[in-house]
Design a protein around this ligand. Structure first.
Ligand SMILES: Nc1ncnc2c1ncn2[C@@H]1O[C@H](COP(=O)(O)OP(=O)(O)OP(=O)(O)O)[C@@H](O)[C@H]1O
Length: 562
């Protein structure tokens, strides 16, 4: 199946009325931005899943994660990607106006109903997966990912709960709420997972499935981040539970290193240049116990698993190479055919029956990506974070996620997140080891790019903390422009103007927009800055204003482009 290019292949029908569907009371799941229910089409009698798009804050408008999900799913057409059939609109009555005074409409995403999600199947003791079945699911998962990556899309929330399976043996990748367009080179056979050309937020992927490079805060990442998740899911099918259940991001790193060995310059070149590694390099070195822990998978299976769980993201196997792995082509038994797989009682019905028994594990919540509810794009790390920029599930005001956050299996939401009202999120933009230890220290290393490591020699940045960007003197060389993403929100209810200010020329436009009175200086320096402004000639001031406006327009154009 080729990447998305041919518009005639797209199967999205458009929009329908919610009255075309008969909603059933049964709730299939509840995520951050949607409640998923089962429904029957009155026209065809077919069963669908309807994801109601929740508007947590009307003023923010249609949530950006939902927008992204709709936009991407509309374009995608592949047997292993959940198909968006149409959007269903529920119009509110004339007198039911929202706070904005406008008549509200509720939107639903209509997708085919799938009988199970993989996580539910694995926690159901009545379902035993044969090896042929595991291979069959793996092949479909890899086909779906190959298509996504070829199409320049990163899923960014690969986990068993987002893998849906029908009783016809068809597997589909779901939940594109964190997915985004990927600008870099896509994977090439035999040559890893491509090359990123820009930074993205590292606040993606549910912790247990988060790859080491994200935990160590690599921002110029590639489709390899999804392949790590595939490795976790593959092994999970054997252990029947998530294989790396880190309680915190630090613990997550520990568990990863325990499994695949501690990073070093051979197995993860450039790891020591990642900002997040700083606290981990003193940890006891581990050799990794993957060979013994997953011996039962057999030599070929183990080899595939190790190539998916490679610390070095540049060498991690890509989807198209994984599909050719001897595990599928040589090793016995061969993969089962989807039509030969057994059928099982509907997992969702079972789930609702089991609700309250807490039989299933509460996953740590999926992060919310970069810009939930603020606009069409996440912060690209170029310049300031736009207002409303989320930090690992916390909004720009430092508020934690809405409740009802974790998967609705009758389990309490993951405590770590729900209880931290006003506190920095676990796994925030700070690297794992720094969490709870105050602001980040001065950066003494350049940030690595994804593929050209090791990069420039270290540079010393005078001063400490806070994000910075600007020419940094290097010993004996030209100034190096250092872009360090250390923007940490205050997580308090402080007004924007009271937040730590960052001396960053690139941020002027942002400040101007978000804080109309911002004058480019920290509060203490404001008088000095005003004096400076007054002493400039009107012509200079006009020129600077024009330049600032042009920069702002450029940035906004860029934001809307993606
Ligand atoms: N088409 C479908 N058929 C059956 N069940 C579905 C379908 N779509 C979603 N579900 C169920 O609802 C759950 C939540 O769906 P989804 O992951 O799309 O919601 P979300 O709000 O994006 O969740 P998250 O908080 O993980 O981002 C899934 O894990 C699955 O159990």
């Amino acid at each position: 199946m080729s990447a998305i290019t041919d518009p005639t292949q797209r199967r999205f029908r458009g929009s329908a009325k919610i009255t075309d569907y008969e909603l059933q009371r049964e709730k299939l799941g509840e995520g951050t931005f949607g409640v998923v229910s089962k429904a029957r089409s009155k026209k065809t009698g077919a069963t669908f899943a309807l994801k109601k798009i929740l508007m947590h804050n009307e003023k923010d408008g249609f949530p950006i994660t939902a927008l992204r999900e709709v936009k991407l799913l509309k374009m995608l057409s592949h047997p292993n990607i959940l198909k968006l059939e149409e959007m269903a609109v529920e119009r509110q009555s004339a007198d039911d106006k929202g706070k904005t005074g406008k008549k509200r409409a509720t939107l639903y995403m209509v997708t085919p109903y799938m009988d199970h999600d993989l996580s539910g199947m694995l926690t159901n003791p009545d379902i035993k997966l044969s090896e042929g079945q595991i291979k069959c699911y793996m092949l479909q998962l890899l086909e779906g990912l190959r298509y996504l990556h070829d199409s320049h899309i990163l899923h960014r929330d690969m986990k068993a709960a987002n893998i849906l399976i029908s009783n016809k043996g068809i597997l589909q990748i779901a939940d594109f709420g964190l997915a985004r367009h990927y600008d870099g080179l896509t994977p090439i056979a035999g040559r890893g997972n491509g090359e990123a050309v820009r930074d993205y937020t590292s606040l993606v992927v549910t912790r247990w499935y988060r790859p080491p490079e994200l935990l160590l805060t690599l921002r110029r990442y590639t489709p390899a981040i999804d392949m790590w998740g595939v490795g976790c899911v593959f092994a999970e099918m054997f252990e029947r539970k998530p294989i790396l259940e880190g309680r915190t991001d630090v613990d997550q790193c520990h568990r990863i290193f325990q499994l695949v060995g501690s990073p070093n310059d051979q197995n993860m070149p450039g790891w020591s240049d990642l900002q997040g590694c700083e606290g981990t390099n003193t940890w006891e070195k581990k050799r990794g116990d993957i060979d013994t822990r997953f011996k039962r998978i057999g030599p070929e299976g183990l080899d595939l698993l190790k190539s998916l769980l490679r610390l070095d993201w540049r060498k991690r196997v890509n989807a198209m190479d994984a599909l050719q792995h001897p595990y599928f082509t040589v090793a016995q038994p061969p993969p089962s055919k989807p039509e030969d797989l057994p059928t099982y009682a509907d997992s969702h019905e079972l789930d609702s029956r089991r609700r309250g028994h807490e039989k299933q594990r509460a996953l740590p919540p999926a992060p919310k990506g970069g810009t939930v509810g603020m606009g069409p794009d996440e912060w690209n790390g170029q310049g300031p974070p736009p207002s409303g920029h989320w930090q690992n599930g916390f909004d720009s005001r430092g508020m934690p996620p809405q409740s009802g956050f974790s998967r609705d299996r009758g389990l309490p939401p993951h405590r770590g997140y729900e209880d931290r009202r006003g506190a920095p999120p676990p796994g925030g933009r700070r690297p794992a080891w720094q969490q709870g230890q105050g602001p980040p220290p001065p950066t003494t290393r350049p940030l690595p790019s994804s593929n050209n490591l090791p990069p420039r020699p270290p540079v010393e940045i005078p001063g400490g903390g806070g994000g910075r960007s600007g020419p940094v003197p290097t010993r004996g060389g030209p100034p190096v422009v250092e872009r360090v993403d250390t923007y940490i929100p205050s997580y308090s209810s402080a007004k924007p103007r009271d937040r730590p200010l960052v001396r960053d020329r690139d941020r002027e436009g942002y400040r101007e927009r978000e804080y109309p009175n911002y004058d480019g200086a920290p509060p203490g320096d404001r008088d000095r800055a005003q004096r400076r402004t007054r002493s400039r000639s009107p012509v200079d001031r006009r020129r600077e204003d024009d330049a600032r406006r042009a920069r702002l327009q450029d940035r906004e154009r860029e934001m809307y482009r993606r």
